[in-house]
Design a binder for this molecule. Structure first.
Ligand code: LCS
Length: 394
């Protein structure tokens, strides 16, 4: 495919799809079928035996889904990708594939609430233990790594505290220790950050967010080497079964066509809203990768193309005042999820991260005053006007 797709703006639209093979259909056809017919019993036997290429059954391969995974692998700079019915299905299939009883996972000091839940489940049921670390230096890594560590699992920026982790520093350390680095790239997308090019091994996505981009699908993707993806495909994907439907793949293919355009606008809007929020007296602290005064800014500058569309901030007041602020909004929607056209706002301590016990939640920096804002594609002036009037109302 090569040269033609040096620019991501072109690749998101054209890569991986040849309309000539589909009756000239401009839009990718939706192969809405559970199974595929064989021309003979012998053909069925050959397909199952791997002697002949071809589709068998949509849990183990579907043409619409395959176009999406080829595109995602290319965009992330990986060899192969797999699609899942949710971000959590992708995260769990990858982590269960990389670990066995007795292994240890190092993870960022802050993770999406259900990823935290999954790690606890793996610890309680299968004795796959984990430790949190800020991962801010090689010393941090040396302190937390054990002989039985097999995986380092990272969110950067971290949901919802927006802490940044230097991916090439972690990747270099991991390589020296024979550990696999998995990066949840949900907040950045391959348009802003490419962990595999920075030396990391596997990328996972909640494609529910910016990849889909329109708040109408729950989906996940994992990207890595062909060998690792083949292992996941034939074990924790095929046999646990959290696959993506053809229609959901089609929605993601449609969303992907505008990913660069949407991300540019998300980033521009977030920058504008950030500069106003930062100066407001009701805002006690603000966490945004593009804040040049933030200690993590050097990492943002080094590994992200732009700063993303999510801002978190702490209200100068009580938990009730944080909730009063949300209740005073008239345009912005109170909802979990992020990366949609609509600006979404939520209270992590009582919503997305409410499953984390208070002590650990506070250690991650998720206070009762923290608000997470996913800046949408509306006119930034309208987003700010609504936030400003709600801040002034508390
Ligand atoms: N990874 C990250 C970083 C996420 O933010 C989420 C969902 C997931 C994985 C799981 O993806 P899902 O299964 O929902 O597709 N994050 C959510 C959030 O912050 N609000 O609502 C869902």
């Amino acid at each position: 495919m090569g040269e033609k797709f040096n620019n991501i703006e072109t690749a998101v639209i054209h890569f991986g799809y040849d309309s000539k093979k589909h009756n000239g259909s401009l839009s990718v056809p939706i192969y809405q079928t559970s199974t595929f017919t064989f021309e003979s019993a012998e053909q069925g036997e050959k397909r199952f035996g791997g002697e002949e290429d071809g589709y068998i059954y949509s849990r183990i391969g579907n043409p619409t889904v395959d176009i999406l995974t080829e595109k995602m692998a290319f965009l992330e700079g990986g060899e192969a990708a797999l699609a899942f019915g949710s971000g959590m299905a992708a995260v769990s299939a990858v982590l269960l594939s990389l670990t066995k009883a007795g292994d240890h996972i190092v993870c960022s000091q802050g993770l999406y609430g259900c990823t935290f839940g999954l790690l606890n489940l793996m610890q309680d049921k299968y004795n796959i233990t984990h430790s949190f670390s800020w991962l801010s230096s090689v010393e941090d890594l040396e302190q937390v790594i054990k002989p039985e560590t097999t995986v380092i699992y990272i969110e950067t920026p971290i949901n919802p505290t927006m802490k940044m982790i230097d991916l090439s520093m972690v990747a270099k350390f991991a390589k020296e220790h024979g550990v696999t680095v998995v990066v949840d790239n949900t907040f950045s997308t391959p348009y802003l950050q490419k962990p595999i090019e920075l030396g990391c091994d596997v990328v996972v996505h909640s494609a529910t967010k910016y990849i889909g981009g329109h708040g109408d699908v729950i989906a996940g993707v994992a990207v890595g080497t062909k060998a690792f993806m083949n292992t996941v495909e034939s074990t924790t994907q095929k046999d646990i079964g959290g696959i993506m439907s053809p229609f959901d793949a089609w929605l993601l293919l449609r969303g992907l066509k505008t990913l660069p355009v949407r991300m540019d606008r998300h980033c521009e809007n977030a920058e504008k809203v950030f500069s106003h929020l930062k100066a407001h007296p009701k805002v006690k602290a603000i966490y945004y990768p593009g804040d040049q005064e933030h200690p993590d800014y050097a990492i943002t500058h080094k590994q992200m193309k732009k700063s993303g569309g999510v801002i978190s901030f702490e209200i100068n007041g009580s938990k009730q005042e944080a909730q009063d602020f949300l209740n005073a909004l008239t345009l912005l929607k109170i909802a979990v999820s992020l990366g949609d056209t609509e600006t979404l706002i939520q209270h992590p301590a009582s919503m997305t991260h409410s499953g984390i016990p208070e002590k650990e939640r506070l250690e991650m920096g998720i206070t009762d005053q923290l608000i997470r804002l996913s800046v949408g594609l509306e006119a930034w002036e309208d987003i700010w006007k609504d936030i400003e009037q709600a801040l002034n109302a508390i």
